[in-house]
Design a binder for this molecule. Structure first.
Ligand code: CP
Length: 294
């Protein structure tokens, strides 16, 4: 299967082969190779993005592919064209692979049944964001040597987080221990039994403290008080970060709400790998595109 819909169901071997190939690309001595010369890749973002969209584009260009960028705001989606008809249209023009981000849950699996070119999930609803999890795993493996046995605490808006879900499945496949920490209104009922919920004090003992963005655009009503109340109860404050183990690291998929889920001073502190995560997005996406088109 050339599609990359999610990390759920991926084996340790599949995940590791992508991480290994990304390590190859991270070391690659020249910026642009010609491996995908003459191949066309479309980036189809039906939902906003900075990191994922740009790092896919950099990855595609580094592989020598021809890149097409689709933006929903200036497309016939504005005339009511469906996501399926849009993707089918792009496929019909001879494009070789599509990177896709969209809001509806469940639609990607349906599209993957009908669309023949490989689809790479760049984030679907609150379901999965597999390339984010892969770059997160890559960052952890680079830091600690291996994923197996790591304690990873994922803190924040679990319910709305495709990053939490993709990390959960991938980390468990590689033998890490995942715990969640979230206020009641941000817990995910369907994940009950997959990872325990722990207190913030317990979460701070982990090797990896992964903070999630409070996703206000996905909330219906207030899920947990004001920004100040959230920070006081669940934020990674300077005081809390000082209690983390000396070897432990801070991660966040970004964009970051500075001063809400993480203090401003911590975003670029020594323990923080947030900008390294973004750098790793490029070699990971090179590996993923190559896999789709091989
Ligand atoms: N981490 C992430 O997916 O960021 P973007 O929404 O900017 O792509």
């Amino acid at each position: 299967d050339k599609h990359l819909l999610g990390t759920k169901g991926m084996t340790a071997g599949e995940l590791t082969s992508i991480l290994d190939r990304a390590a190859y690309w991270e070391q690659y001595p020249v910026k642009v190779s010609n491996g995908l010369q003459g191949r066309f890749v479309a980036n189809m973002f039906f939902e906003n993005s900075t990191r994922t969209r740009f790092s896919f584009e950099v990855a595609e260009k580094r592989l020598g592919a021809e890149v097409l960028n689709f933006a929903a705001a200036v497309s016939s989606v504005q005339k009511g064209e469906s996501i399926y008809d849009t993707v089918r249209t792009i496929e019909s023009m001879g494009v070789d692979a599509g990177v896709i981000r969209m809001k509806p849950n469940g639609l990607l699996a349906e599209l993957a049944q009908k669309i023949k070119f490989p689809l790479i999930n760049a984030g679907d609803g609150n379901n999965e964001h597999p390339t984010q999890a892969l770059l997160d795993l890559y960052t952890m493996r680079k830091q600690f040597g291996e994923i197996k046995g790591l304690n990873v605490a994922i803190i924040g808006d679990i319910q709305h987080s495709r990053v939490a879900r993709s990390n959960l499945w991938a980390l468990q496949a590689l033998g890490a221990k995942v715990s969640f920490c979230a206020p009641q209104g941000m817990q995910a009922a369907e994940l009950a039994g997959h990872a325990p919920y722990v207190t913030i004090d317990e979460a701070l003992k982990a090797d990896v403290v992964m903070m999630l963005r409070v996703q206000l655009e996905r909330h219906e009503g207030t899920l947990f008080g004001s920004a100040e109340e959230y920070r006081a109860a669940y934020g990674l404050t300077v005081e809390r970060a000082a209690r983390m183990a000396p070897h432990a690291i801070i991660m966040h998929p970004a964009p970051v709400n500075r001063g809400v889920e993480i203090d401003d001073e911590l975003v670029e502190c020594e323990k923080s790998k947030i900008f390294q995560q973004m750098s790793h997005g490029v070699p990971i996406r090179m590996a993923v595109i190559e896999r789709a088109l091989s």
